[in-house]
Design a protein around this ligand. Sequence first.
Ligand code: PEP
Length: 250
Amino acid sequence: MARRRLVAGNWKMHGSLEQVDAFADALAGGAGERGDTDLLICPPFVQIERLARRAGDCGLAVGAQNVCDKAGPGAFTGEVSATMLADVGCSHVIVGHSERRALYGEDDEIVAEKFALAQEAGLIPVLCVGETLAQREADATEEVLRRQLGTVLAESGVAAFERAVVAYEPVWAIGTGRSATAEQAQAAHAFLRAQIAAEDDILANRVRILYGGSVKPDNAAELFAGADVDGGLVGGASLDAASFLGIAGA
Ligand code: PEP
């Protein structure tokens, strides 16, 4: 079965309601060529509902960048639950982004909990995995990917990947302007798919695995050419509609 490509934007802590409107206007205007690529944008929490209202005419799915690791409702000041995200129009949520792991102390168990709660609320988790530069240089890339993906497989079971997306994001390539090579990306994606295939090879063939890390309109086609690369998770270059659509059309 051919997998449809998915290009997802992670706006991180950027934007404003005015920018959301401008972005939505550009997409609704039909700018750019998206072919048979699915599009997803994950803005900051406070911009989600505004973008979700425009999702239909933009041909866009809307997701969040993070979710609480407790089901709630409850006394979790400052947190947002998976149910709340679904309520404001999210279909997806990113879990395990390297910035959450590095800056906010999220370990594999917390990420696995968020993944499970997202699915319980009907959301599609976009599970980010990836090695640091030190880990790559120590030849530990596969060990790290096996552990990060394996914790979620152990917690939720392989069947959960029927409704999940995996994003391979080498930490050293995020926001650095230094992307992985197409060969490095394909090798990591094939490794991740093999981990899932070891438990269910039919399902492994259906799971979309995105590459993330300094994807731009001019390197997207090469990075997405790998047989196991099903699109991208894009940070900086997703803020501008023309550049995002340039990647989607690559
Ligand atoms: C990201 O934030 O997930 C990301 C890949 O960022 P960038 O595209 O800017 O490297």
